[in-house]
Ligand binder design. Structure first.
Ligand code: BGC
Length: 558
């Protein structure tokens, strides 16, 4: 999920009061902006398919793993916690590799063809899993290959979408992606709950019970694969390739407008400015005429070796690592197993309870999506961690006292409730906000790189948690929750003491927070180039036009 977070002045260089005011206004269109703009909305919905695939993958395998036909077929693997863990987590490993390699390839071959090609990779991986013979090797290979695809898509689709959408709705896109992920998880749970009954629930269960939920992923995969070919090229990519005329035509088409309309001209010149800024920085910093592979690598080096940038990276990647160590995916992946361990006996009851996890997760993402920009990050994150820590502690205590027999039904229900409470708190807080924070801590010129490292951290930690959880459950039992509780406490301290409040700050203010003047140099360059290519004049034109329109509206109303 590599889309951009909402910050006040991200769309371009601040030049003069009018220009700043215009940017702020453009940045704050939020959900209204999304619905105002039909093409942006359809693109955003298309992008959601990438999120749905991501979520479906997160959810489906936990269900499949407890189905009796699957268990009987791969007994040896599933009774060993190590191999059981690897079977789940190998997908996340593939996803990390996919997410890291997708960026440079997308610069070379375009966003849309990359999306199409990676969807094909994803489909190959899925087909291998669906057609797996009785050797578990097929499942491992299929999940790794499928992971490559899903990891790449999880960053490419939102990136493509952010590049096509008008600047004011970028923040909403982050939230929409999270909604799509949770929708994918929800759908996967309920589909598997339904197919679980095919052929009966015990030993008579049909092989179709798990092949169908795995195979159904091919449908959105195919839609993405074919649909992406018919999409326009991203304007930013066209500019990157020096195809300026096509860039302008595409922008006009996307905005339902003409090439000389001030809004279109404004976006076009902002892209031009951004491109010139990148080239000038490459030349000044490293002596290269353009941004090539070496410049990119040197920029990564700068990210890791310049103190204020490293500080920002630690906070961004830290947010992603802590998001995973809340233990969310221990529950998403192993919920049926966890519910069985707290007394919900019988595979179907466990699956039903898991289905409810999917609903709670989805429903509680809505308030986050709607109000993401109304509250500060720090209190929301701290609230989330405190409640998740309490949930973990309570579940641990209940299992310690009443497990493993769970004669006391009320105690079992209490534990189930606390797991739902945990999910609700994750969904409104760390679910979307980890992605928002990991975007907004970086200065503009480092945002893409910073986010790719942070997203890779998310996948790596996702992999680690998926790997260690079955092991912890079988060796330390209820203390597994204590481990996650400790991480939630760390996350609480991170939110209160380490993370500065960034909501609503301009890029300059954020630089000041980090005592970082590398951003200032970048900003001056932007400002100068923006003036050179007349961006400030276009901004003033738009401002004037909008004022006149507003004046007319006010007159009419009066
Ligand atoms: C996380 C995923 C998780 C999902 C659950 C996302 O923000 O990155 O790992 O499965 O939320 O809703």
């Amino acid at each position: 999920m590599a889309s951009e977070a909402p910050t006040k002045s991200e769309a371009g260089p601040p030049v003069g009061g009018d220009f700043e005011a215009l940017l702020t206004q453009r940045q704050n269109e939020g959900w209204r902006g999304l619905f105002k703009n039909g093409r942006a909305l359809s693109l955003a919905l298309f992008a959601s398919l990438g999120g749905v695939l991501y979520g479906y993958n997160q959810g489906v395998f936990g269900q499949v793993q407890v189905m009796s036909n699957f268990v009987n077929r791969y007994t040896v693997t599933l009774t060993n916690p190590d191999t059981k863990a690897l079977l789940t987590s190998i997908l996340e490993l593939g996803a990390m590799v996919g997410a890291l390699t997708a960026g440079p390839l997308a610069d070379k071959y375009s966003r849309k063809y990359s999306i199409s090609a990676w969807s094909l990779v994803f489909m190959v991986g899925t087909a291998i899993q669906v057609g797996a013979n009785s050797s578990v090797a097929c499942i491992y290979v299929g999940r790794f290959v499928g992971g490559l695809g899903v990891g790449a898509i999880s960053m490419l689709v939102p990136m493509f979408n952010a590049e096509l959408a008008p600047p004011g709705i970028r923040g909403s896109l982050v939230a929409l992606q999270q909604l799509a992920i949770t929708f994918g998880i929800l759908v996967s749970y309920w589909i598997a709950y339904g197919t679980n009954y095919i052929g009966g629930t015990g030993d008579s269960q049909s092989i179709a019970a798990w092949r169908i939920p795995l195979g159904l992923q091919l449908v959105p995969g195919l839609i993405l694969c074919v649909g992406a070919i018919f999409l326009p090229f991203s304007p930013r990519w066209l500019m990157l390739k020096g195809r300026e005329e096509e860039c302008l035509t595409t922008l006009a088409m996307l905005r339902h407008s003409t090439e000389d309309a001030p809004e279109v001209q404004y976006e076009f010149r902002a892209l031009q400015a951004e491109r010139l800024v990148e080239r000038e920085a490459a030349k000044e910093r490293y002596g290269y005429e353009d941004v090539n592979l070496r410049v990119n690598l040197l920029e990564y080096k700068r990210l890791f070796t310049t103190k204020p940038l490293l500080h920002r990276l630690m906070l961004g990647a830290g947010a992603q690592a802590l998001q995973q160590w809340t233990g969310i995916n221990a529950i998403i992946y192993y919920a049926p197993t966890i519910f069985e361990s707290i007394g919900l006996s019988g595979g179907t009851i466990g699956l039903l309870a898991t289905g409810v996890v999917g609903i709670v997760n989805f429903v509680f993402t809505f308030p986050a999506v709607l109000f993401v920009d109304n509250f500060g990050r720090k209190p929301i994150l701290a609230w989330g961690e405190a409640n998740m820590a309490i949930s973990h502690a309570t579940v641990a205590a209940i299992i310690a006292v009443y497990g493993p027999g769970f004669e006391n039904k009320a105690a079992g229900n209490g534990a189930v409730f606390m797991i739902y409470w945990y999910i609700a708190n994750f969904a409104v807080t760390w679910g979307p906000l980890a992605w928002v924070v990991s975007a907004e801590v970086f200065p503009l010129d480092m945002r893409a790189k910073g986010m790719s490292v942070s997203s890779a951290t998310n996948w790596l930690m996702n992999f680690t948690v998926a790997m260690v959880t079955p092991h912890m459950i079988s060796s330390i039992g209820y203390k597994t929750y204590i481990v996650f509780m400790c991480f939630c406490i760390v996350g609480f301290f991170y939110s209160v003491f380490l993370l500065p409040e960034l909501k609503g700050l301009s890029l300059e203010e954020i630089d000041r927070v980090f005592h970082d003047d590398s951003g200032a140099e970048d900003r001056q360059r932007r400002e100068r180039i923006a003036k050179q290519i007349g961006l400030d004049k276009v901004a003033a034109d738009i401002q004037h036009k909008e004022r006149t329109n507003n004046g007319t509206d006010a007159g009419r109303l009066a």
